[in-house]
Design a protein around this ligand. Structure first.
Ligand SMILES: C[S@@+](CC[C@H](N)C(=O)[O-])C[C@H]1O[C@@H](n2cnc3c(N)ncnc32)[C@H](O)[C@@H]1O
Length: 182
């Protein structure tokens, strides 16, 4: 089964949790990752790996001795990611980011890449997760997230030292990419 069809089937069974109909387009994946200086990234986490379109790129770009944690809590997609990426640390619930980092004895992250449907989370969970992401980043660390609206922009502007926003038309649906530097 193609990645797109697999993703669509998961969307139909759990639309709120999956958050989009199809995986991110190559243009969106590029916009998410092109500004990251991989030689400076020792620890990276991806939140919401899906079928792995961003995971595959991160895995190809990161330095060999870096650590890469990918969170995906849909059991089918989690299993699939585990089979595809044996060198990636696969975890389940991104909401457990802080505990997971403690468990792996990772004191801080240089980069967090998120494809999570954050606006589908309850506001309490979303606030706590966004605050945990910010706390988990090392000074100078980068939080990269795509979203279909600008609803999180005010929060990101008030939390991060530098923000860049890009709009990617070539995606279904078109998406904003936020690059946020701590
Ligand atoms: C919009 S899709 C993005 C998938 C992929 N990153 C991409 O760009 O194609 C969001 C993904 O986040 C996952 N997800 C939702 N809530 C999650 C959570 N609490 N922890 C981990 N993954 C989650 C969904 O299962 C889905 O695969």
């Amino acid at each position: 089964m193609s990645q797109t069809l697999r993703f669509l089937r998961r969307f139909i069974s759990a639309p709120q949790a999956i958050g989009s109909i199809v995986p991110s387009s190559p243009a969106l994946v590029d916009a998410m990752l092109e500004k990251i200086v991989w030689s400076r990234v020792n620890t990276v986490a991806e939140l919401g790996g899906g079928t792995g379109v961003i995971t595959a790129q991160i895995n190809g770009l990161r330095s060999q001795d870096s650590r890469f944690l990918c969170f995906e809590n849909d059991s089918d997609m989690h299993l699939d990611l585990q089979q595809k990426f044996s060198d990636v640390i696969l975890e389940e619930d991104a909401i457990q980011l802080k505990h997971t980092l403690e468990r792996h004895r990772i004191p801080g992250l240089d980069c967090v890449v998120s494809g999570l449907p954050l606006l589908n989370f309850s506001s309490t969970v979303r606030r706590r997760l966004l605050s945990d992401i910010h706390e988990s980043l090392n000074p100078g660390g980068l939080f990269v997230a795509f979203q279909y609206t600008r609803q999180l922009q005010a929060f990101l502007l008030s939390t991060y030292d530098q923000i860049e926003r890009h709009y990617v038309w070539a995606n279904v649906p078109p998406a904003f990419v936020f690059l946020c530097r701590k």
